[in-house]
Design a binder for this molecule. Structure first.
Ligand code: PLP
Length: 443
């Protein structure tokens, strides 16, 4: 399977039938932007129930790192499933979980000895990080960032500040959580360094002065690239400054690599691009190629809570651990390099399209974590939200799956197996779709 092949008007009859059933019995809180009903897939191509094929630049929300059902991952899952499906690492031992923790200790951007807590999702990884920070520092306060997404359980949601609808009606949330602006270099009038400085100054000169003293703060939780918030790549000086600031005040630096980790950015972890280490790192999404797994890695001296303090029946399920071990082998075996190379190619192509399409305000990202921000006017940078939504639909109709991010950006987060030829197809469809959207929405 190589690229798009649309055979029925979308959605096809079988897709419509599934969607009608879904509407009656599935929670309406999900946000399906277009009617894609998967039947199967291979690599970066997915096929719907009516036999239409799509190039997948969404990867199940940046999850299918090794593509859909990579044979090595499927074999590892089948092998583990045939031995035992579950035992609970909470009360028993199994080798695949230990092996995964050993591997993570060697690759995660944390200095020194590392320990790992196993859960089932990014949200739970965040929850564990919050509890660990409170427990180990005996401080209640947490600093997070506007635009952040860290999950939806009540603790994690307290840090999430992405869309108001995600919080509306669910309060009161955790006390002691303070949000600072996340640096947006595209929208900042000044240099990247000045942008970083302004973001750090908010914390030191406003938050720490007016809201909470630094000795009340246990953790600063930050996405090294803000994902749901719009695929914002902060200036390196911002993350480096946070490292310095947290060290100075005995605060834990907690990096949420749920979306940016596991090779997506062309390095195993996004923090590697800026040359710093964190005290705690959360990982989920791409780690097990689609099986549920969330992990919280921490400096061993920090993760020293006693038996019974935190655990999860299903967390670090053996089948998920086997999938993760196979996934990491594939990432180390060439997929991280592929993400870097194909990501550069895709980004170059998008920058070329920016010359042609006034709607493209900014192209940013690292590796295969790419954001394209649409604006009505490049001078005023008015957010082109309607146009972004129309572009998502236009690309779907042409056989490329993408998702929005933030208010007016498109994110490209394909499986890391995407080829250069497939990237060129994405660019062709992007170009055609933008022509359609621009014609329908004249400046
Ligand atoms: N952290 C980040 C950076 C995320 O992007 C997400 C999900 O989008 C989460 C945490 C929550 O992960 P999950 O949906 O697996 O609970």
């Amino acid at each position: 399977m190589f690229g798009p092949d649309i055979r029925t008007p979308l959605p096809g009859p079988k897709a419509r039938a599934v969607i009608e059933r879904d509407a009656r019995v599935v929670s309406p809180s999900y946000t399906r932007d277009y009617p894609f009903v998967i039947a199967r897939g291979e690599g970066a191509v997915v096929e719907d129930v009516d036999g239409n094929r799509f190039l997948d630049c969404a990867a199940g929300i940046a999850v299918n790192s090794t593509g859909v059902s990579h044979p090595d991952v499927v074999a590892a899952i089948a092998d583990q499933a045939s031995k035992f499906l579950h035992m609970s690492g909470t009360d028993f031992y199994y080798e695949p979980q230990v092996r995964l923790a050993e591997t993570l200790a060697a690759i995660v951007p944390i200095a020194g000895e590392v320990r790992t807590f196993f859960a089932n999702s990014g949200t739970e990884a965040t929850e564990a990080a919050i509890k660990l920070a409170r427990y180990s520092t005996r401080r209640q306060g947490v600093v997070a960032f506007l635009g952040a997404f860290h999950g939806r359980s009540l603790g994690a949601l307290s840090l999430t500040a992405s869309k108001a609808v995600q919080r509306r009606g669910f309060g009161p949330l955790l006390p002691g959580v303070y949000h600072a602006p996340y640096p947006d270099a595209y929208r900042f009038a000044g240099s990247a360094d000045a942008c970083a400085e302004a973001a750090l100054a908010f914390i030191t000169d406003q938050m720490f002065v007016h809201l909470a003293a630094p000795d009340e703060i246990g953790a600063v939780v930050v996405e090294p690239i803000q994902g749901e918030g719009g695929y914002l790549v902060p200036p390196s000086a911002f993350l480096q400054g946070l490292r310095e600031l947290t060290r100075q005040h005995g605060i834990l630096l907690v990096a949420d690599e749920v979306q940016s980790g596991m090779g997506r950015t062309g390095r195993m972890f996004a923090l590697e691009h800026v040359g710093i280490t964190a005290d705690v790192v959360m990982i989920a999404k791409g780690i097990a190629s689609g099986l549920p797994l969330g992990v919280t890695c921490a400096r061993a001296d920090i993760m020293s809570w006693p038996p019974g303090a935190h655990a999860s029946t299903f967390g670090g399920n053996p089948v998920s651990c086997a999938a993760a071990n196979a996934t990491i082998a594939l990432l180390q075996g060439g997929l991280v390099e592929n993400a870097a190379a194909v990501g550069d190619h895709l980004m170059g192509g998008l920058r070329a399209l920016q010359e042609k399409h006034a709607l493209i305000g900014d192209v940013r990202g690292r590796g295969l974590m790419i954001g394209v921000e649409l604006v009505r006017d490049r001078q005023t940078k008015v957010r082109a939200t309607e146009e972004r939504n129309a572009l998502v639909q236009a690309m779907f109709q042409r056989g490329v799956l993408v998702l929005g991010a933030g208010r007016n950006a498109i994110r490209l987060a394909p499986p890391l197996v995407l080829t250069v030829a497939q990237a060129d197809e994405v660019l062709r469809v992007f170009d055609e779709s933008l022509c359609e959207v621009s014609a329908a929405h004249p400046a």
